[in-house]
Design a binder for this molecule. Structure first.
Ligand code: ADP
Ligand code: MG
Length: 584
């Protein structure tokens, strides 16, 4: 054919390319995700096109993506047999920045719907806008794209080294679809440039980023197999090592299972468990699986897990939120803190949102209305799931509570909007039972007539709390007290929690009026007692004035002669300790 045509990149494209070529971006690995995502997109488009256009003469029986690394030549080819591009499209789409073909595709998709094509396939189109293809220049010295559009006879070659120009050329015998050949830059791990011609590296990247791409991603692998000899079964000679040979076989290296997009009944527990281990890097089985498929304004799917075992870093400062974000099955980021409040950091899983950009940054996520709506919904869903677990599977709930209750209760402080739901889903130790936990509803059910507050005492251990002199009168009168011994308890009870109109009151603070409903004690007898002891009380108050602000008669003690009580609004000893520990 004639000489390749030389084209100049547009100014803004050139700037972007320059950024890519000299990128210090640490996530260079992501070029593969972009190429696979484009290939997957092209396969989606071809599938859709063949549905819309019955005359289109293409074979769609084996749509797939191929990775072909060559460690000697230091090249990597990523190929698909998808829709391909015409020469004009190559110039328009690849040669021009931010011209998203997918946006156009969405329009034709809407038209397709009007014509009555209803296939879930039509929805699975990835990519909206962005730098996608150009990310290859982070890892390649030269990029060669060869493509032929489905239904066209001539192909096109596009080539560039990422400087100001690219060449474009006709290719008469190109296979239908697109192949992108990267002449790889030298390995430089300091610069986050890894060996992208190495099969195990590629396998690892596919697992990490593209495992759930719905199309097969294939790579040739060498396999050692025994050589079959005709009479091998007549004699079993143990000294003889069996003869082997090496064969090359194409292997599908992604699992292709977007479990979150499937309905619950189509996925086995084993598959869920495997996926849980994959996303959480854990080895236990999930205690609870939560699936959510939202349609309407914000379309997304979520597959979440509550682990059985708390991870070792649950209380460490940099403990991560466990949600991976996907956009239309393309992995975007892990530890997506924007999708789950910190007090639910033990929840692991995937959220796949339909309408986000692939290049969405954390900064954008923080502002995104859709993300906030998803987070609100997921939060409520996790809380209600915990509440349901408590009612239907008490043993599992107990496992959950022992492992994660302390974290869950952080929400009582940090998430006032959900405080009611959180209180409903929570359990508490109490004086009612040494072993069993109680719900607040059950506590209220057992309240004495006339009792209108929920009594609690905080402390370092059950032992310390139940042996406190503050508890004596409550024990004597048979009034139940919540036994709160987690550090976080002190925080939420002081944050003004209420449950079903009942406030929480510490047995160690203020004047606890246990006689309110007691018929055999009345105000006159109290007054008389106060009069009788007035001299003693004022002497005590004066003598102890450095340490106490007031001395009063109390009905709360039955065994101990005296106890210290905080003001209703003063800090409890535990909170004081907490503040002191945090240096305030
Ligand atoms: P995006 O995928 O966000 O649109 P890219 O830079 O990744 O941006 O790709 C630009 C466009 O080039 C795509 O929208 C698509 O039209 C076209 N393209 C890229 N790769 C392929 C491919 N493998 N097959 C067909 N078209 C492709
Ligand atoms: Mg893309």
């Amino acid at each position: 054919s004639a000489q390749p045509e030389v084209h100049e990149f547009q100014a803004e494209t050139r700037q972007l390319l320059d950024l890519m070529v000299h990128s210090i971006y640490s996530n260079k690995d992501s070029f593969l995700r972009e190429l696979i995502s484009n290939a997957s997109d092209a396969l989606d488009k071809l599938r859709l096109e063949s549905l819309l256009d019955k005359d289109l003469d293409v074979d769609t029986s084996d749509l797939h993506i191929t990775l072909d690394p060559d460690s000697e030549k230091r090249t990597l080819v990523v190929a698909d047999n998808g829709i391909g591009m015409t020469r004009d499209e190559v110039v328009g789409l690849i040669g021009t920045l931010a011209r998203s073909g997918t946006a156009e595709l969405r329009r034709s998709l809407a038209e397709a719907r009007e014509k009555g094509v209803s296939d879930a396939a039509a929805e699975e189109l990835i990519g909206q806008f962005g730098i996608g293809f150009y990310s290859t220049f982070m890892v390649a010295e030269k990029v060669t794209l060869v493509t032929r559009k489905a239904g066209h006879s001539t192909g096109t070659r596009w080539e560039s080294t990422g400087d100001g120009t690219y060449t474009i050329d006709d290719v008469p015998d190109a296979p239908q679809g697109t192949s992108v050949t990267l002449a790889l830059k030298p390995v430089d791990t300091e610069d986050h440039l890894y060996d992208y011609a190495d099969k195990s590296k590629l396998r690892q990247l596919v697992k990490r980023y593209s495992d759930f791409i719905a199309w097969p991603i294939r790579m040739d692998v060498e396999k050692t197999v025994p050589v079959e000899t005709p009479d091998s079964d007549t004699e079993s000679d143990e000294d003889k090592t069996p003869e082997t040979k090496t064969i090359v076989e194409a292997e599908t290296i992604n699992s292709m299972k977007a479990l979150w997009a499937k309905s619950r009944s189509d996925v086995t527990d084993d598959e869920y468990h495997e996926f849980y281990r994959h996303v959480s890097h854990a080895w236990d089985a999930p205690l609870e699986i939560i699936t959510l498929q939202a349609e309407g304004t914000f379309e997304y799917q979520a597959l979440l897990f509550i682990p059985t075992q708390p991870p070792f870093d649950l209380f460490m400062r940099d403990s991560k939120v466990g949600i991976h974000l996907y956009v239309k099955r393309v992995f975007i980021m892990d530890d997506c803190a924007e999708l789950m409040p910190e007090y639910l950091r033990f929840v692991k899983g995937v959220v796949d949102a339909a309408d986000l950009s692939l290049n969405v940054s954390r900064e954008i996520l923080q502002q995104d209305r859709q993300i906030r709506a998803i987070r609100r919904r997921l939060t409520k869903k996790v809380i209600s799931t915990v509440a349901e677990m408590r009612d239907s599977r008490p043993d599992d709930y107990r496992t959950f509570w022992d492992g994660f209750g302390r974290v869950f209760k952080e929400g009582l402080v940090n998430d006032p909007d959900n405080r009611d739901a959180l209180l409903k889903a929570s359990s508490f130790a109490s004086t009612h039972s040494e072993e069993e936990l109680t719900t607040l509803a059950d506590y209220i059910g057992r309240m004495k007539s006339g009792q209108d507050t929920i009594y609690y005492m905080t402390g370092e251990s059950r032992q310390q709390i139940v042996n406190s002199p503050h508890m004596e009168a409550f024990r004597a009168k048979g009034i139940e007290v919540l036994v709160l011994s987690d550090p976080v308890d002190e925080m939420w009870v002081s944050a003004g929690a209420e449950f079903e109109g009942k406030s929480f009151q510490s047995v160690a603070k203020g004047a606890v009026d246990l006689d309110a409903d007691d018929s055999d004690s009345d105000d006159t007898s109290k007054d008389e007692q106060n009069k009788a002891y007035a001299d003693l009380l004022s002497w005590l108050t004066t003598t102890l004035s450095d340490d106490v602000s007031e001395t009063r008669l109390s009905s709360r003690l039955t065994e101990s002669p005296a106890c210290l009580v905080g003001d209703t609004f003063s800090m409890s000893p535990q909170l004081e300790k907490l503040y002191r520990a945090s240096g305030q």
